[in-house]
Design a protein around this ligand. Structure first.
Ligand code: ATP
Ligand code: MG
Length: 560
């Protein structure tokens, strides 16, 4: 393609709302254009990248034996009522009515539609297992769309759904999808990790997320430094620990005027935060609960939710009404249930609030205090790995894929049965497998850029090669050579861009660098005098002179 024929819409400045590098670079390189909050158009260059990502995903899904379908974006409310999610899903589900007053939603995911199809078309156990996938637009009315296409409201997902006769078959497909996702993310050139995950609103027990490692990731993921253990921080489960220390201190009340945070108290008393216990008050459906954690640990809200269902933090007013003093709440003489995290319940001689304004207790021990123990906290760097091997390392990750074993959650509610071998109806079991296709592009950029712009992995670059002729429109010799080389590359099937514009060389270089085109050939009269072209790879500052006659085979050896 010639540059004069494709919209190049690079910008010097990134918009103010672009906080992370991929968002800045996608706008600056003119890959996408913002229409409204969380809504983006793909411009021609961006669409080329998107289609490359889709092609890789499609090839690997087809190879796995899955078959492609395409389902509507608009979905009737009745299906969601059948599955029970019409009420459960919350505000991310964009609901609307048609002209007849019938209720619909824009699909944030397609379990309901595919299960409805399965109930209609899968009749006999002989048809199973079967895996259906689509690459299609989703809509989620995210509370805070941000980071460009990383968390948008409309985005493209590859979603797949498999149906099975039994758990073994469901597990086998889950394993196959695990391997397929590894193949996809490897071909996409991403540094990724599969990690154990919480299943969230989709449901089911067993799930694995695929994370691209990046400082800008919204999730914290934990790995063992000495085994394959890897999990989303939300999912790292701790069990009861054995007490190592023995109580030796005598409890004492000490003044801690206006020191309400753990940090202030620890500093003031010259102790470690890990020797303090903090108490948080939450309101569950039926009651208030006090949750005690080690001072340096953070509450894991998902674990609390798994224990007590929906909950919220008690307001200042509610805390007051329980006769507790915010900032000085302790673990003694509470009138509500006390749940203590496993790593706080093994502390000895610790510090906690005295439940009296401006006082804390030091040398506290658990004997005589009534409580139950539970796993309440997030993992931290250095924690023992739950598999007993090594210590945890915490990194940030971008979730690009998620695979689940759903079991019969949808198939039971929506009567997706088949006639089993014995002639009786059997409820099918289901797996589901998602990839954030548009998010993958942003994630790839987060891992591959420099101060000049994007350095696309070759597999998803909009073009493989750019030919930059200097004075294309003035020198007939340069034009003739550039056209010849361009034609040779086209004939050889190389995705080549010929910069035929009347632009300064500096601008042409800067634009192809910003766009992340992996290879560049420069042609000028000086090069022509020597019978050479100049080659430069996007990810290497070195420039190499190549004989003009060898240029095609040289490029073919670079682009495979
Ligand atoms: P997140 O925790 O990031 O909101 P999720 O758990 O809601 O993701 P899934 O329902 O598992 O995501 O969707 C499958 C994939 O779709 C995710 O792994 C992610 O890559 C992508 N995805 C989800 N929400 C968005 C969004 N708002 N914008 C872009 N991609 C998204
Ligand atoms: Mg989400």
């Amino acid at each position: 393609m010639k540059t004069s024929q494709i919209l190049i819409s690079t910008q010097k400045e990134a918009p103010n709302d672009a906080q992370i590098i991929s968002h800045q670079l996608m706008i600056r390189a003119g890959l996408v254009s913002k229409l409204a909050s969380g809504l983006y158009s793909y411009l021609p260059m961006g669409l080329r990248v998107l289609q490359k990502v889709e092609k890789i995903i499609r090839e690997e899904m087809n190879k796995s034996g899955a078959q492609e379908v395409l389902m509507p974006v608009a979905q009737p409310a009745e299906l969601w009522q059948e599955s029970g999610r019409w009420d459960e899903y919350g505000a991310e589900l964009l609901r609307f009515s048609d002209r007849h007053g019938r209720e619909f939603c824009l699909g944030p995911t397609h379990e309901e539609v595919i299960t409805h199809l399965a109930a209609q078309y899968l009749r006999s156990y002989k048809q199973l297992p079967m895996n259906f996938y689509q690459i299609q637009t989703k809509f989620r009315d995210e509370i805070r769309p941000r980071f460009g296409v990383m968390r948008s409201r409309e985005f493209i997902m590859k979603d797949a759904y498999s149906f099975h006769l039994d758990a073994n078959s469901m597990q086998a497909e889950f394993d196959k999808m695990h391997a397929t996702y590894c193949a996809i993310f490897t071909r996409l050139g991403l540094d990724y990790r599969p990690v154990l995950a919480d299943s969230g609103s989709i449901g089911g027990e067993n799930s694995i997320e695929f994370h691209v490692l990046s400082e800008s990731g919204e999730d914290a993921i934990c790995f063992s430094d000495n085994s394959n253990y890897a999990a989303n921080i939300e999912k790292v489960a701790f069990s009861k620990q054995a007490c190592i220390d023995t109580p030796s201190a005598i409890e004492e009340k000490v003044p801690t005027k206006k020191k309400t945070s753990i940090e202030e108290v620890a500093q003031f008393l010259h102790i470690k935060e890990a020797d303090c216990v903090k108490t948080l008050i939450v309101k569950t459906k039926n009651s208030f609960k006090a949750l005690a954690l080690r001072g340096d640990h953070e509450l894991n809200e998902i674990k609390v939710q798994n224990l007590f269902g929906e909950f919220e933090f008690a307001s200042d007013e509610e805390i007051k009404s329980l006769n507790l003093k915010k900032g000085f709440i302790g673990v003694k003489e509470l009138t509500i249930d006390l749940i203590v995290d496993y790593s706080a319940s093994v502390l000895c001689d610790f510090v906690c609030g005295a439940n009296e304004w401006d006082y804390h207790l030091v040398g506290v021990n658990w004997n005589g205090i009534e409580f139950v123990e539970a796993d309440l906290r997030n993992a931290v760097e250095g924690d023992a790995s739950p598999d007993g091997k090594g210590k945890l390392v915490v990194r940030r990750g971008i979730e690009v894929g998620h695979i689940f074993q759903l079991g019969d959650k949808y198939t039971k509610a929506m009567n997706a049965n088949v006639i089993g071998e014995s002639g009786k109806a059997v409820t099918t079991l289901m797996g589901c497998y998602g990839i954030g296709v548009t998010r993958v592009i942003a994630a790839a950029i987060e891992q591959n850029y420099d101060d000049r712009g994007i350095i696309f992995p070759a597999s998803i670059a909009p073009f493989q090669l750019v030919i930059v002729p200097i004075n294309y429109n003035k020198s007939t010799r340069v034009k003739a050579l550039a056209d010849e080389l361009y034609q040779q590359c086209l004939d050889a099937g190389i995705e080549v861009l010929l910069d035929d514009r009347k632009e300064r060389a500096g601008i042409m270089f800067a634009e192809s660098e910003l766009l992340g085109v992996p290879h560049r050939l420069v042609l000028s009269d000086t090069h022509a005098d020597n019978g050479n072209v100049e080659y430069k790879a996007r990810n290497n500052p070195e420039k190499i002179e190549v004989r003009f006659d060898d240029a095609l085979s040289f490029m073919q050896s670079k682009i495979r």
